[in-house]
Design a protein around this ligand. Structure first.
Ligand SMILES: C[S@@+](CC[C@H](N)C(=O)[O-])C[C@H]1O[C@@H](n2cnc3c(N)ncnc32)[C@H](O)[C@@H]1O
Length: 353
């Protein structure tokens, strides 16, 4: 051992590093529980054993026991003796109940294929990242798994009522544009709540748009384009435009905002939902999952934001309120208001032409 090294610090760095490996491996175990319906089977039954759980899930008892003990060691399932286990109701709201805003178990299926990791390593050399379509088969579903539970809980019931006059227009029949619509969850939520309105979705991910087209195959009031925000025509004449968690993913959000400004009616409204972030490093340290945010940026958001030449390269934490305020002025908008919403991850802005 090098004598110049502080042994205590060395052990701390070593443990911190291995804890990330533990997180990676436990992620896989959470994914298995999600995929095999094990958390759902434990929800509401109180105390159980590997033998009982194996019967109701039709899984092998020895494998179930190892899975239960891994979850208990990770603090996700309770046990006092390593033989009797309980999924507490609060844990069930995170791991078993897909209708809860706190539901997270579906996110853990998003393990990156090796060709995507190779592509990201390559991006460190070339500077050019992977677009959302370059993220591997099935990755279009990962975004909805991550953002969906909060959107379902908040968009219609809490966010829309905050926007001056938007609900009324949508009830009567408004022209709504979802920019960066992904697989179309927001359009689904709004079209159910406001069937008299018409919806247009734009997203350059042809895979996400294919899923959205399937989703709305029988809807006459939904139109979808596999195009980026920069291509939205001035003739769109929208009453309401949304960009939900996507300006920071765009190579040129400044150009996108100009196109959105052109597409909005003079009395229209733009809703921007963006990741909570600050211009200073120390303020961002308040985020308890900051490292997760930066890791997501490298693997997804920054990668998309740098998937072209001549980009702004914002990434997950790159669009703070000050920068957004300056960008919307530059794009021609005149008013900007940040709303208070009980969302731990995102900020919501009402913006007018
Ligand atoms: C984090 S996802 C959000 C999807 C959806 N709005 C939601 O809330 O679930 C970001 C989306 O931005 C899209 N995107 C990336 N560049 C874009 C661009 N130039 N114009 C429009 N959308 C873009 C991606 O394809 C992806 O679907």
């Amino acid at each position: 051992m090098d004598e110049d090294l502080d042994l205590e610090k060395l052990l701390k760095y070593s443990l911190d590093t291995w804890l990330f490996k533990q997180g990676e491996m436990v992620s896989l175990v959470i994914h298995l529980g999600h995929r095999l319906g094990l958390y759902e089977a434990m929800d509401g039954i109180g105390n159980t054993t590997a033998e009982e759980l194996s019967k109701v899930t039709d899984c092998h008892e020895r494998w179930i026991l190892e899975w239960l003990r891994c979850n208990a060691a990770a603090g996700l399932i309770k046990t006092s003796d390593g033989s009797n286990f309980e999924l507490e109701p609060e844990a069930a709201a995170v791991l078993a109940q897909s209708d809860k805003p706190t539901y997270a178990a579906a996110v853990f299926a998003n393990l990156k294929p090796i060709e995507v990791i190779d592509g990201i390593a390559e991006a460190f050399k070339t500077g050019i990242g992977l677009s959302y379509d370059g993220q591997g088969d099935g990755s279009e579903h990962a975004v909805e798994a991550m953002c969906g539970p909060m959107s379902k809980a908040l968009l219609v019931s809490q966010v829309l009522p905050l926007l001056n006059g938007v609900e009324e227009k949508m009830r009567e029949g408004a022209r709504v544009l979802d920019v960066g619509c992904g697989t179309g969850l927001a359009i689904e939520l709004l079209s159910e709540a406001f069937p008299a309105s018409t919806f247009i979705g734009y997203d350059p991910s042809s895979r996400a748009i294919a899923v959205a087209r399937e989703r709305f195959s029988s809807h006459k009031n939904v139109e979808l384009f596999d195009l980026g925000a920069e291509s939205i025509p001035d003739s769109t004449n929208a009453d309401f435009v949304m960009t939900l968690d996507c300006l920071h993913d765009m190579p040129r959000p400044d150009i996108a905002l100009k196109a959105i400004h052109g597409a909005l009616k003079d009395d229209g409204t733009l809703l921007v939902k963006e990741i909570k972030s600050s211009a200073t490093w120390t303020d961002n340290l308040r985020n308890p999952v900051l490292a997760l945010m930066y890791a997501t940026s490298i693997t997804t958001c920054l990668s998309s934001a740098m998937s072209d030449t001549d980009t702004l390269g914002l990434g997950t934490l790159g669009l703070n309120p000050e920068l957004l305020s300056a960008m919307i002025k530059e794009a021609g908008f005149t008013s900007f208001h940040q709303h208070e919403v009980e969302d731990p991850t995102n900020l919501y802005y009402e913006i007018r032409p």
